[in-house]
Design a protein. Sequence first.
Length: 267
Amino acid sequence: MPGDRPTPSFETVRYEVADGVATITLDRPEALNALTVGLKADLLGAFRAVDRDLRVRAVVLTGAGRAFCAGQDLKERLDPGAAPLAVELRERYNPLIRQMRALDQPIVGAINGVAAGAGASLAFACDVRMAADVAAFRLAFGRIGLVPDSGATWFLPRLVGPARAAELALLDEPLSAAEAARIGLVARVVAAESLMAEARVVALRLAALAPVALALTKRALERSWSVDLDAALEDEAWRQGVAGATADHAEGIAAFLEKRQPRFRGE
Ligand code: T3D
């Protein structure tokens, strides 16, 4: 198939592709998947691989072991050679979040355990979040005298509203999976043992949809935050023109009329 490439491998991230779904697993369970320079580079590499891989139509992001991600590796921070914080953000964290948001393919966050600091930000940057019943969110920045980063101050108010965002960011209260679902931060909570299976079902559903329309929808939703209704209406009209010219749109209509499942090809 055109676009087929060897599946890349990374030291601290597992990258697996099956049935159009790439599963990216943060893989430093002994440190609760805390983010080292190496893990951040691997994660960026994995998301770039998704970008180039025409087989991939949806992504699942999760963590190995009992945590999703504990944020910056605080032990590595003590290394005298560690980059200054602002540099670390500009050179490592921000490109990672930008790459996640730039992907055409939707990302399903399978939040298997605690998501703290920049680990919470990684979860916020996903398009759909599902949490295991044992999962929890913790901003954690305030406790170590830092400002929420990696997009946390941008995503949180948009996801849960300004009042809950301020509470979470300023008081640094842990948020259980159940409460995260109640305030709309995660789409659903499932038993820990069925999280990956359920996340995969959602990813497979996304992978079966029309890729161009999905990518356009992602962009439209994101753009809606910064424009007024008039501009949003015009933006939708432009995007619909693009989606309506795809072969997948014609296939969708044909499948509806023939009472069969559509076979979308991303064209
Ligand atoms: O570059 C920059 O610094 C700028 C960017 C900053 C972005 C950030 O993410 S700042 C926020 C950093 N993260 C944190 O402050 C969270 C620290 N961790 C925790 O608060 C707790 O570990 C958790 C709430 C995540 C989980 O608590 P618990 O009780 O389930 O586990 P634990 O016993 O605290 O941790 C288990 C092990 O993981 C432990 O190691 P040990 O003692 O068994 O050898 C612990 O040290 C290690 N660990 C947990 N979090 C980190 C970590 N090691 C390094 N860095 C961590 N962030």
